[in-house]
Write a protein that binds this ligand. Structure first.
Ligand SMILES: *[C@@H]1O[C@H](CO)[C@@H](O)[C@H](O)[C@H]1NC(C)=O
Length: 99
C-alpha cells in the first residue's frame, strides 16, 4: 500500500522541475504523515527534529521521502536524456513547459 501511494505520488512529481518546489511540497506532507503515524498533533509543540528522532526509534533508519523523490527524479531525467529523437523532444518540452 505504501509503495502504491508513493508510486502515484512520484508519478505526479516527476514533472516538477524545481527541487525547491518539490521540497516545499513534500516535507510538510511527510511531517504530517509521520506525526499521524506517531499520534502527535501540532498542539503537542514537538519539533520536526524530535518527530524524526522518534520515527527513527520506532522504525529504525529509513530514507526520507524527499531523498527518494530526488533519486527517482535523477533516474527519470537520466533515462530521458539518454533516449533519443521524438520522445526526448516531446518529454523535455513537456518538462520545460511545466511549472
Ligand atoms: C535528535 O537526535 C539527535 C541524535 O541522536 C540528537 O543530537 C538531538 O538532540 C535529538 N533532537 C531532539 C529534539 O531530541
Amino acid at each position: 500500500m505504501r509503495s502504491l501511494v508513493i508510486s502515484i505520488f512520484l508519478y505526479a512529481c516527476e514533472s516538477w522541475t524545481r527541487t525547491a518546489d518539490t521540497q516545499r511540497r513534500i516535507q510538510p506532507m511527510e511531517m504530517r504523515r509521520l506525526r499521524k503515524f506517531l499520534g502527535i498533533t501540532y498542539r503537542d509543540h514537538i519539533s520536526n527534529e524530535e518527530v524524526r528522532n522518534r520515527t527513527r526509534q520506532a522504525i529504525g533508519p529509513h530514507e526520507d521521502l524527499l531523498t527518494t523523490v530526488k533519486r527517482r527524479k535523477l533516474k527519470w531525467y537520466g533515462h530521458i536524456t539518454r533516449s533519443s529523437g521524438l520522445v526526448k523532444a516531446i518529454l523535455l518540452g513537456t518538462v520545460q513547459g511545466g511549472t
